[in-house]
Design a protein around this ligand. Structure first.
Ligand code: SAM
Length: 268
């Protein structure tokens, strides 16, 4: 199955369409969390068991690909995945030869899948783009009872502690879409199906080079950069570079925090 219709809600996802081709090389992948997520979805399953897994807001599918590869290699699961995203450019930038993964253009708020059709629903770095309440309602519907919702995101506080939040002028202030823990709890409250949900911090320390940071910024690796005019962005970028050079004398050894939050919600 490979549905490549038009991009849905173009105004909301146009910027992702613009960066789709280079997205995979611009963003970092949290491999420790991929392994952790695999452990959670594999819990109680014997090698050889089948796992139907959906990623919503999957972009190019880099996370679900890593989850399927790891769950297959390390837990011996037989995975069938679906990567869905509102941007057809993101969906079509995914790997094509992957037999265990279907790619679908779809909205998080109106998932075009049968009730109870997935054992796990994952979402990485995307939930702040969704209408949260409608997404949770769709998640309850498409997960089977006993399935698992896993949402990986950053809180505003975590965002402020990243290298971008600390050194890129205006980055943390302009990013107002991220959900804090309270907002997530409030959104979950109407769903008794998620009453055993918990939030876990996923600490992530990374060693970067100045070159890599500048490459990511130039490539506009975060949609937050769209909240700058071109002139503001260039000025902020220059300031970012000088601040980093002051704070980190060795441009090959820039250790930064990139902590995230993982919502783990078994669907009762
Ligand atoms: C920051 S990217 C993350 C992509 C991917 N999960 C990753 O980490 O590489 C956010 C993605 O959410 C998608 N998106 C935004 N709003 C959406 C919606 N309402 N429904 C489905 N996808 C959406 C965008 O097209 C984009 O690909």
């Amino acid at each position: 199955m490979r549905h490549l219709r038009e991009t849905l809600h173009p105004a909301r996802v146009d910027r992702f369409s613009a960066v789709a081709r280079r997205y995979r090389t611009l963003r970092d992948l949290d491999r420790a969390t991929v392994r952790y997520v695999c452990g959670l979805v594999a819990e109680g399953r014997k090698p050889g068991s089948a796992l139907r897994v959906l990623e919503v807001g999957s972009g190019t599918g880099r996370y679900i690909e890593a989850v399927i590869e790891t769950a297959t290699a390390e837990a011996g699961l037989v995975c069938q995945g679906v990567a869905c995203d509102a941007s057809r450019f993101m969906v079509s930038s995914g790997r094509t030869r992957d037999m265990s993964l279907d790619r679908v253009v779809a909205l998080a708020e109106a998932l075009p899948f049968r009730d109870g059709s997935f054992d796990a629903l994952l979402s990485f770095n995307a939930v702040h783009h969704f209408q949260l309440d409608a997404f949770l309602a769709a998640a309850v519907r498409v997960l089977r009872p006993g399935g698992l919702l896993l949402v990986y995101t950053r809180t505003p506080e975590q965002n402020a502690r990243t290298v971008w939040g600390r050194f890129f002028p205006g980055f943390a202030e302009r990013e107002t879409r991220l959900h804090g823990e309270q907002r997530l709890w409030a959104a979950l409250a109407p769903y008794p199906q998620f009453r055993f949900a918990r939030l876990e911090e996923r600490p992530w320390r990374m060693c970067k080079t100045l070159r890599r940071l500048m490459e990511q910024a130039h490539g506009r690796c975060y949609s937050t950069f769209d909240f700058y005019t071109p002139a503001e962005f260039l000025a902020a970028l220059r300031s970012f570079q000088s601040r980093i050079m002051l704070a980190y004398p060795d441009p090959f050894n820039i250790t930064v925090r990139n902590d995230h939050l993982l919502l783990i919600a078994p669907r009762v």
